[in-house]
Design a protein around this ligand. Sequence first.
Ligand code: RNT
Ligand code: ZN
Length: 415
Amino acid sequence: MSTKQAYELAKAEYAKYGVDTDKALEAMEKVVISLHCWQGDDVRGFLFNDELSGGIQTTGNYPGRARTIQELRNDLEKVLSLLPGHFKVNLHAIYADTKEKIDLDQLEPKHFASWVEWAKKNHVGLDFNPTCFSHPKASSGFTLSSNDPEIRKFWIEHCKRSRKIGEYFGRELGEPCVTNIWVPDGMKDTPIDRLAPRKRLMESLDEILEEKIDPKYNIDSVESKLFGIGVESYTTGSNEFYMGYATSRQISLTLDSGHFHPTEVISDKIPTVLLYVPHLLLHVSRPVRWDSDHVVVLDDELNEIARSLVRNNLIEKTSIGLDYFDASINRIAAWVIGVRATLTAILKAYLDPIDYLMKVENEGNYTDRLFLQERLKQLPYGVVFDYYCEKHGVKIGQDALDEIHKYEKEVTSRR
Ligand code: RNT
Ligand code: ZN
């Protein structure tokens, strides 16, 4: 049976529940996922050759890490060829393309000109992040909330420049760049003063955001966290800190699925925080017992995240980025698996009979709601996803894996 024939059967099955699969596929065309460039080189970047630090860690030494910008771009192109839809690539400041010996407080748009060229050629947008870690000036464990005015000044300047780079991306590529600020600031052991660092972080952020930039080009977002490795007792940029900050400044809030207590989920936070902030950035990740940044898979929480986005049309106010780094498996596969899982979850959410489910819920008919929720798990969404891939000329299932193996044999295993 061809993919198309299988699709026609699936379409008929979904129609029994009042779902139009063609419409769901139409909705998918508007979905944009931001691919985190750092999966390809274990978050090392090319500006310095510093070890990863700041409470985050990659584990594994699978061969084939991208060692140059060119290798990273080749890998990203291979990944993009295996994915259906429209994408952005999410860069960190340490991925600047320059031979100049410069520091983070000297970065300018011109240091990313070749990325813009590459993005245009590959029809992708760009997102951006200041890199406030893996740097000698972050070695005290504090950056924007440091009690040393010189250290603060350095990181404030870096973040200001990052917003200008974001604006440049937005202008050049015709879609806004989301510039996300995450700082690792915090303490291993119980602090005495929990307030002062937060006051300093607030003031630093205000200084960074002082210059107004048109959100048509750059959207500012801030990312909270619970803890990091070696930063277990206190995180300056906690959830409450950034909820309050993003709400009072009316900027975007970043929710990373690994940045909460192990049983706490972001799917329930999405419709909540969007009552108060104008925009959300997601860092879709998979925490296994801690903020381990495992490759995203189609698990219950990913399904719930997608439903939260789709059911009330909150996807329009949300940018979806991925954030994980697994160095223990083929890195191209790691990207492809995570993006395909995310796309599948979103498609699956569009394939739910939302109006009907809302109706029975509003009537208090929880019996039918539960029966249907269970039935939906059995419907052939995978067939619809395959057809979506085929429509985009993208390889399906085993063929996609064979392609990854081929690239590994010819390219990444020779590095
Ligand atoms: C760290 C944050 C942050 C980083 C990336 C590399 O815990 O999740 O988003 O993972 O910026
Ligand atoms: Zn993150």
